[in-house]
Design a protein around this ligand. Sequence first.
Ligand code: DGY
Length: 326
Amino acid sequence: MSDQLKVFVTREIPAAGLDKVTSGSDAEVWREPLPPSREVLLQKVQGCHGLLTLLTEKVDAELFDAAGPQLKVVSNFAVGYNNIDIEEATRRGIKVGNTPNVLTDATADMAMALMLAAGRRIVEGQDYIRDKKWKTWEPLGHIGADLWERTVGIVGMGRIGSAFARRCHGGWNMRVLYHNTSPNEQVEKELGAQLVDMDTLLAESDFVSVHANMNPDTVGMFNAEAFKKMKSTAVFVNTSRGPLVDQKALYDALKNGEIFAAGLDVTDPEPIPLDDPLLTLSNCVIAPHIASGTLSSRNAMAEIAADNLLQGIAGQPLRCWVNQGS
Ligand code: DGY
């Protein structure tokens, strides 16, 4: 019998982290491609001192009760932690860890990729070829959005928003508008970014990219009214969380030409149901939540998640500690 502390890892993560976890604890790893069902999860967490979770697991009072009072840490393999009831964890003295910084550039790159793919109609173009519709070079066909010296509106100017802003300004000399809960002096100084109210951002931006956290104030913020305020030529990009967008309203805006195109890495729910009307639109590019999906980001996320987990079960401060001091 191992005298190491018991942990449950809800999915196979890169070996850079998983090896540390399995050698530093008595770990059970869920190696199926799909997440454990809720019922199985509640069973597996019983008696655990630590949990390594993904965004797909709802970590709440019910799960803490199922685990038992010895649970010390929940280490989320993500920078976002909207799947975790942080208040409840804190009330119970359970530490919560996340994986910030190491996916900032990968996520900003994904926002750029979606902005270009949607703005320049790349996926639509590929479908056109595959559907055997490409007969000749078309002077009037496949016209997309210009980027050079256009205006980008960034909603949420934290680490990822700032990295995206640098790319837009450095790459295409874009004017940067942003909306945030507080001013970001760094991007103002470095890029001349301007803090504006939402209405100004929506009305003046050629590209609108969302990098805000998901919370009660941001859920549903991109609704019919918001899309109506945008330019009919605007490209909308979301790499944050699906629920920030009212998907039916986005569909209507894209379908009716209220905006030009959209690029989404996140949807609500995930996976997006195959009968979701957004999937019928040629001006909507959708990726399966892959913004952090580069080798170095995922390896670094795994290392941080492992460190958080092992530090938590040892009763030490976490390397990246969400509810520190709360
Ligand atoms: C995160 O880390 O929050 C991403 O959404 C998944 O990598």
